[in-house]
Write a protein that binds this ligand. Sequence first.
Ligand SMILES: Cc1cc2nc3c(=O)[nH]c(=O)nc-3n(C[C@H](O)[C@H](O)[C@H](O)COP(=O)(O)OP(=O)(O)OC[C@H]3O[C@@H](n4cnc5c(N)ncnc54)[C@H](O)[C@@H]3O)c2cc1C
Length: 491
Amino acid sequence: MKSALVIGSGFAGLAAASTLAHQGFKVQLLEKNTMPGGRAREFETSGFRFDMGPSWYWMPGVFERYFQRFGHKVSDFYQLVRLDPSYRIYFAKDDYLDIPANIDGLYALFESLEKGSSAKLKKFMEEAEYKYEVGINDLVYKPGRSLLEFVDGRVLKGLFKMHLLTDMHSYVRKYFKHPKLIQLLEFPVLFLGAMPKDTPALYSMMNYADLILGTWYPMGGMHNIVKAMVEVAEEQGVEIHTDTEVQEIVIDVEHNAKKVLTNKGEFTADVVVGGADYHHVEQHLLKNGHKTYSEEYWDKRKMAPSSLIFYLGVDKKLDNLLHHNLFFDEDFEAHAQEIYEQPQWPTKPLFYVSCTSKTDDTVAPEGSENLFILIPVAPDLKDDEETKEYYYNLVMARLEEITGQSIKEHVVYKRSYAHTDFKKDYNAYKGNAYGLANTLRQTAILKPSIKSKKIKNLYYTGQLTVPGPGVPPSLISGQVVAEEIAKDFKN
Ligand SMILES: Cc1cc2nc3c(=O)[nH]c(=O)nc-3n(C[C@H](O)[C@H](O)[C@H](O)COP(=O)(O)OP(=O)(O)OC[C@H]3O[C@@H](n4cnc5c(N)ncnc54)[C@H](O)[C@@H]3O)c2cc1C
């Protein structure tokens, strides 16, 4: 029986471990933190339970396909509800859009803002659906090791329809003029990766995921996905070691990774999978001569944003908030510039508020609300207490003004989280939250490779390699690497 060590128990590491075990490997999963789940951990305090990272459950089919692989359904583990409205976008006080969870509602909304735009939305979504279908079925499950993988009928035939060489900025404007519609269609790429002008229009598939496939919520919280994945992993025989931080991957004279050193001692196996941040595994766990990429290479990568987050417990019910709320009451372009082009703390940031207690009674005491406030910010900034407090006061004032109520004096629990925490908790390169940006130059074979080019049996998975950042891509990444390993071992 072949054996594998997987470093890190985020979505990617858990998926890689279970898939390898399912294929007959004896797997040990090594996680530095006390709780599995990586960026999707949770914590509980004074009756409030907070998801620490992801809050948007998109692409439900990807999760279904994952659990099916192990003979399960999503409903074996958690109850999924579709949010309706999907979310709210505030542009100013009393000026907002609630995004309906059905196509007729969307057509009516578009038409109310721009005459003739519902027909354009239909066409836009037909193109997005095509990209999504080809993307999800034929592209994202490819390991990105060679261009030849893409020489297949449907991908090649439809290549021009994937809009790889058009950018999101011009693509969206080709269809729509109203600034609110443009913001609605550009926010998914902006929040998860890069400036719309640097993002291939391939990613309008995210609009299909958002507006057509919908926004869902696993009752109990996003961490329930992790709990389900841990259950599956254990069912498959994966041994999970928490509080176990890998300190070195030892390479033998034949350039094989056979052993890792941790704070809990040595672990050995036939194959090692780095599911922690790629940069950390490469640059900190390997010696010089064993790294595929240099520190300069990493420095030149365009990272997706980091985040300044506030987890707040509020001792009263709040008005004028839905489960997901985007505050686009400041200039969208200006904030994007300060994340991506001239990285700095933003002058007038957009922000996002999740209030899961609107859907789920179990996440806050009765009569209270659970708030998660996130400001997307550039990676690699200095996040001292003074700066975080400045932004807390800034967003709180806007939140109170726009929703028309006092909130700050009702905050009974407050915790902030930013770059330093990402580095300390996850060894995150530059304190990134969502990995590598989705630019054309960082797509498919142009991403850091899932297989080391220097070490025979060292592989990588997670949001810094294929297919990219986000929960569904990380889940896919783990499965893709496990399949590649199984193939390589058979050969
Ligand atoms: C604040 C925030 C909000 C987000 N919102 C969304 C959202 O709404 N929807 C969405 O789809 N995506 C969202 N994302 C992105 C998504 O959460 C990530 O893409 C995904 O969780 C990454 O999974 P991963 O397995 O690649 O990495 P991680 O979850 O970071 O897992 C890596 C693991 O490796 C461990 N590790 C690190 N170093 C070592 C070591 N030396 N030894 C052992 N273990 C180690 C870490 O502790 C961690 O558990 C969000 C992310 C953040 C941070």
